[in-house]
Design a protein around this ligand. Structure first.
Ligand code: NAD
Length: 340
């Protein structure tokens, strides 16, 4: 492996499996070790393009496993961490929060400790390297709670998490912050809005709409469908992470968003309209399958992001227009669900 070896956690998940091929392509001088437990949410088929790349290595394991994480730092001489691994589905955190506490809080703590002990021990790392060794923590805008009809989250918004998922992510953000202030670990945190695109797990909103539509089943929409999210194409998130990882200031947070607010019912209708065009039903339109179901407990009303900091300080801009991104996404799932 080449001189900089980045530990990527959760690389078999939705965002990680989009990020790894992008990152290896952008940086010819680096290698990646992907540590993933392969929970129900991980899928190695999404990494087919890189599996034979000599700069890529996969290790199946749990970020909470102290001995394993320590041995990975030592064996591969890990120079940096980009930490995606998490339990990520809000509905699951309502049904069973325990796994969220373990992975999102204890797992992040395990990684921080391993990084601190490895990088700050000069027998492991020459001084220059540990000063530049970066720990990039991937987080969510959900830590900021819910907005009303107006306003935006930015880096100064007070934390107000409302679900066990967002509370566990908030706790992990605070742990990361504390390692900067207490130990001087070179951390960066990015808090992003809802991602969409290929490789997302079936359980999430957009894949569910497409899957149910194609199966001829009810397309379930929570409550009155008016909850608003800011949607960002996953590859735009990847470039944002790349910018924050390489150019972000130590100890800083960057919020990342698409300036692209939509409520759930309009997302469902937009997807049904695309399906009507590219995969018409024999009778009627897919929109007729949309059904309102009992709202999620504690459902946050609106998330929106003011991403001026990453744009002005790091020169990041999203590239994907929502209509084009949604069409690409529908076409990816159409081919997936038609094969299965
Ligand atoms: P995902 O659920 O698709 O993938 C999570 C990955 O982590 C899976 O491959 C899973 O196997 C792995 N994993 C889970 N527990 C593990 C453990 N204990 N040890 C090792 N690996 C483990 O999630 P995602 O949507 O790709 O999200 C990645 C990160 O981005 C998460 O931290 C999430 O909070 C954050 N995020 C996601 C979104 C979004 O819209 N999806 C938005 C903002 C932030």
């Amino acid at each position: 492996m080449s001189s900089r070896t980045i530990l990527i956690t959760g690389g078999a998940g939705f965002i990680g499996s989009n990020f790894i091929p992008f990152f290896l392509g952008e940086h010819q001088g680096i290698s990646v070790v992907n540590l993933d437990k392969l929970t129900y949410a991980g899928n190695l088929q999404h990494l087919e393009d890189v599996k034979d790349n000599e700069r890529y290595k996969f290790v199946q394991g749990d970020i909470c496993d102290v001995d394993l994480v320590k041995s990975i730092f030592a064996e591969y001489q890990i120079s940096d961490v980009i930490h995606f691994a998490a339990e990520s589905h809000v509905d699951n955190s309502i049904e069973g929060p325990e796994a969220f506490i373990k992975t999102n809080i204890n797992g992040t703590f395990t990684l921080l400790e391993a990084a601190r002990k490895h990088w700050f021990n000069s027998a492991n790392c020459p001084k220059k390297q540990f000063e530049s060794s970066r720990f990039h923590h991937i987080s969510t805008d959900e830590v900021y709670g819910s907005l009303g009809e107006s306003g935006f989250f930015d880096e100064d918004t007070a934390y107000a998490p409302n679900s066990p998922y967002s509370a566990s992510k908030a706790a992990s953000d605070f742990l990361v912050r504390s390692y900067f202030h207490t130990y001087g670990l070179n951390v960066v945190t990015s808090n992003c809005s809802n991602n969409y695109g290929p490789k997302q797990h079936d359980e999430k909103l957009i894949p569910t709409i497409i899957r149910k539509a194609l199966a001829g089943e009810d397309i379930p929409i929570y409550g009155d469908g008016k909850n608003v999210r800011d949607w960002l194409y996953v590859l735009d998130h990847c470039t944002g992470i790349g910018a924050a990882f390489s150019k972000g200031e130590a100890g800083e947070t960057y919020v990342i968003g698409g300036d692209n607010e939509h409520n759930n019912i309009s997302i469902a209708k937009a997807i049904c309209t695309i399906l009507d065009q590219v995969h018409p039903k024999e009778n009627g339109s897919y929109g007729e399958q949309i059904t309102f179901v009992k709202d999620r407990l504690g459902h946050d009303f609106r998330y929106a992001i003011d991403a001026r900091k990453i744009k002005t300080e790091l020169g990041w801009e999203p590239q994907f227009n929502f209509d084009a991104g949604l069409k690409k996404t529908v076409s990816w799932y159409l081919s997936k669900y038609q094969k299965s």
